[in-house]
Design a binder for this molecule. Sequence first.
Ligand code: ARG
Ligand code: ZN
Length: 879
Amino acid sequence: QVIHRLDYQAPAFWIATVDLTFDLDPAKTLITAKHAVKRNPAQAHGPLVLLGEELTPLRVLIDGEPVSFRQEGHELIIEAPDRDFELTLRNTCAPEKNTALSGLYTSGGSFFTQCEAEGFRRITYFLDRPDVMAVYTVTLRADKAKYPILLANGNLLEQGDLDGGKHFAKWHDPFPKPSYLFAVVAGDLVAREQRITTRSGKEHLLQVFVRRGDLDKTEHAMNSLIASIIWDEARFNLPLDLERFMVVGVSDFNMGAMENKGLNIFNTSALLASPATATDADFQRIEAIVAHEYFHNWTGNRVTCRDWFQLSLKEGLTVFRDREFSMDMAGSDSARAVQRIQQVRNLRAIQFPEDAGSMAHSVRPDSYTEINNFYTATVYEKGAEVVGMYQTLLGREGFAKGMALYFQRHDGQAVTCDDFAAAMADANPDSPLSTRLEQFKRWYSQPGTPHISARGEYDAAAHRYTLVLSQRNGKATEPQLIPVRMGLVGHEGQALPLQLEGDIEARGTETVLLLEKAEQTFTFINVLVDPTPSLLRGFSAPVLLEDGLSDPELLTLLRFDSDAFNRWEASQRLGLKRILRAVQGGHALQLDHAYLEAMRAVLRHPQLDAAFKAEALRLPDAAYIAEQLEVVDPQAIHASVEAAWDQLAQALRGDWEWAFEAHQVKGGYRPVAEDAGRRALANLALAMLVRESTRTGEPVWPGRAYQQVKDANNMTERFGALAALVNAHAGLADAALSHFHQQFAHEALVVDKWFMLQARAPERDGKVFERAKKLLQHPGFTLKNPNRARSLLVQLCNMNPGAFHRADAGGYVLWAEQVAAMDAINPQLAARLARAMDRWTTLAEPYRGAAQVALQRLAERSSLSNDVREIVTKALEGA
Ligand code: ARG
Ligand code: ZN
């Protein structure tokens, strides 16, 4: 059943308070609910229709009197009186059978919940929609020995012992909230605790709950939480509004984490870190996710979404906020630029293909079948880019004003993306945004990535530079408002002063052009030398830019641009051009002297930071390369990228040796940006050296890498060395893999990495695919744990095109089997894997035909979940 955005209607009833009692038992949990219900006078008279899934109803009372009810599908229909009333419900559910991990489920012998988007209806019958906001009181009753810790949202009112070895805890959350923010946890957990006093002088208790044995991996999460609290107060004036803020880790979880009011629940992979088990990237990701969930307390919880079409209202905004936080935490300008580079690399590798493929949707979708399929890179990452464009158009202060007005108007409400846009514009009446708001809002309604093309012409005699910008978007019709941050760079690298014809004032050396028409001409005057345009600095809009710059111009930007992002972009463009030329020409890639020397110059540069160098020397991702092509031959792309790496390894061999030695970090491990940058470059250098040595048969570097796998004092270096061996298909790879597995067999998150690395290695002669297939039989593999299933299957099918797309269609056959098997256990996870075929229509033969057959086979199965059905149907519609 397809749900449409424009069909939204306010609910016919409101529920003001909810009182829930849980008698927790893994096989059969009893839930008693008392709701204060009233009619919404604005809606037509009718029965009360509650939603419930996988529940057994026991009884329904209105004001204490049993009433009759009927069930139709997932609806519980109750004839309701024409006045306010108290509704009492009793039902049971079966947590230990809940492998979908939505609603109330068990993991490692404890109870957890996940209610976003529609999990609450798997706990009890309810008006399970985000515009119904209630004040919750929750009593948990359970065996005291098995479940010593009993948690729910808000403040603890009471706890004590009961007969029969049981105990109880009663919690109250003073803030009205939608059901998707409800949470309970019960189990044998331990907590790291910290008391803090915030700016207002209020005291708060912060707790991070994990399984016994994991406490030593919670320090980083706690530090990240404290930093997030301080930052949100300082940057946006948004304080912590609760006496107690709890974070809980769980090993079985469908997503990264969940912002339940006062009781955030995290996938352990997004929470636990120690130097011995987590890499720099893990530390960074944990900091960002802890911040993200904490920031939701305002952007999502205090002000929530009216309906699920508005998801980006909270997600795009909160991703924007966690990015700003991460950049502030990173410190230096260069470290900020590296963060931006990583965001854009990720956007291009995941969101761009999504926006061009069968699941393309706008930031605010118009329809969906299964809302869980719309927790996407478009809603999150492109949504964050849209929020970032408000800041670009309004400035930091203007943006902060808009935020203040948004909370002033909407605190405690469930609202829409339009409300956010209006607050931003109304707080800044004189801004370029407020006069162009309707056009700007096309970013919410139009799917697809706009393609911008730029052509510049210099008139030496008149000292004029004319820049023609045009936009087109194959998935949309109306021109969008595109802020193009830019500058002009002279041959010696000087930033040229900018003055637009007709402007009274000069604009310094950097400005933001507003591209609002299909085509627009910008004329700069008093330009004394032939400039190189540096466009879209900092990636000021989520677009594909074709500026037709020549190699010498790109080299000028790479050497001189004052914008670090565009220096990196030049490095990527130089690589991309060469790879595309080889792929399109159907010939072997041969890197030229000029390119190799430019890369050597980056590597040896005396001023650039190591982290930046590691990013600039990395080649573009296969998925982004594929997006530049009409017809995609994944094996041709794979071969070219591999050839490029081989040649970089060979031509810069002496430089890689220098880089490896020069970037060793002395002293103890600290997860700080500067050290992480050095480790990233040393790891890249080691990968290059092992690759080159494996090619030539020299033993020294593979031997050193093997030694590093054994001796490193932190996971970043250990895993970097292991990856170098595995990715190069070095002779020592197998020995290193088994050593590593043995050493970390009891650390589930590290074993996940072990699977991931093998599933993601660059394919060679089908070995990676064969190995991944074997790993499906490994005793440590299971489809029931999402982290483990993802680490093998999503890595192989969605992230490793060179291994997945096979002339014999083996990848697609495996994919179809595994999607079906997973779907019977966990539809959300299966739908994620199903998305490996999003871009099948652009594939060259024989891949395209084989992909279609696999999709059709899967679609023919009668038992598919709504989740997978929607993905597969949309994929086949593209044929
Ligand atoms: N709101 C969560 C976050 O962004 C994501 C939870 C989504 N869960 C789901 N089952 N779709 O942090
Ligand atoms: Zn979120």
